[in-house]
Design a protein around this ligand. Structure first.
Ligand SMILES: [Zn+2]
Length: 319
């Protein structure tokens, strides 16, 4: 079924109780009856209530979740509206399974993550490993940002190891101006105010390293955020596309150990960000508090889209 956005949506789970379970019989680009989720997608747009509206794009059903994680939970706790979008359905993101069953499994995982973070999510029905910066996809991204009436759009940087990550970034960049152009995709009203576009952090150095314009203390939400992320067992515990037999043990004790291990790994990543981005934390919170922050997330302002002044940036991250 076509949503009012004009593209097929795999599913939407919302914190407003509009989500619906989707059966394990989903086939990628499945018969339309299997994907009768469009009404939920259309209704998932939150009301204009003066709260912030943030949309976070990732390439696969886990990327926007990692990028969102603690900060998304902080926004959600204050009543702001956050949406996580996966540009592909993740249907080759496992070493042992693929296709419809994997897409359905990953959809369920990210739906549960969204529920726990208190945000909305959507998974586009585009094959994993195959997203291209096409005109059709540019329209889709532009419409998603417009429909959400976003104040802030977050995506990956364009220099990243995975082609899907790179092209997702390009598609977000391509939308950064087009969202304001009245006759581009005129079926969804254009935005009169261009959102701020930002990049999630990464460790790639060429042609330029990530620059932290904003760093957020996520200590108050790191435990529930990790609990939420660890729902994505296909990726985190089983290793996704590069996993292997035995990585997730079959016995209960072994599984428990593996879960504790991966939790520590992810906790260390957010701890590493607090160390790497201490200067940006100090800019936000002052030296004394910044020195005590244990876990953080950082974002870089994209040169496209609205260029926020420091006080405007502060309003987007009201923590
Ligand atoms: Zn990915």
């Amino acid at each position: 079924m076509k949503s009012r956005l004009g593209f097929t949506t795999l599913a939407v789970l919302t914190s407003f109780g509009l989500g619906a379970a989707i059966g394990p019989w989903i086939i990628t680009r499945a018969p339309q009856t299997a994907l009768a989720m469009a009404p939920a997608a259309a209704q998932a747009v939150p009301p204009e209530d003066g709260k912030l509206r943030i949309i976070i794009f990732g390439a696969h059903p886990d990327d926007a979740e990692y990028a969102g994680a603690g900060v998304a939970m902080k926004w959600a706790k204050q009543g702001h509206h956050v949406k996580l979008v996966s540009a592909t359905n993740g249907d080759i993101g496992h070493w042992q399974s693929a296709g419809g069953p994997l897409a359905a499994r990953r959809l369920k995982e990210v739906q549960e993550v969204a529920r726990r973070l208190g945000v909305t999510n959507e998974v586009l029905d585009i094959h994993d490993g195959e997203i291209m910066p096409t005109l059709e996809n540019r329209r889709t991204f532009t419409k998603l940002i417009r429909q959400w009436n976003a104040d802030l759009v977050i995506g990956p940087r364009p220099n990243d190891y995975h082609p899907d990550h790179r092209y997702t970034s390009v598609l977000v960049q391509d939308s950064a101006y087009m969202v304001t152009v009245p006759f581009f995709g005129p079926d969804v009203p254009f935005l009169r105010k261009n959102p701020v576009f930002m990049y999630r952090s990464d460790r790639f150095q060429r042609p330029n390293p990530f620059r932290a314009d904003v760093a957020v203390d996520i200590d108050d939400v790191v435990e529930p955020a990790l609990d939420a992320l660890l729902v994505m067992e296909s990726q985190i515990h089983e290793g996704g596309a590069n996993g292997y037999l035995g990585l997730m043990p079959e016995d209960a004790a072994g599984q428990q150990k593996r879960r504790a291990e991966v939790r520590r790994d992810w906790q260390r990543r957010y701890a590493g960000a607090a160390t790497s981005f201490r200067a940006a934390l100090a800019k936000n919170y002052g030296e004394a508090r910044a020195a005590k922050v244990k876990h953080a997330q950082a974002f870089e302002v994209c040169e496209y889209g609205y260029q926020p002044k420091p006080d405007e940036l502060k309003k987007l991250f009201p923590f």
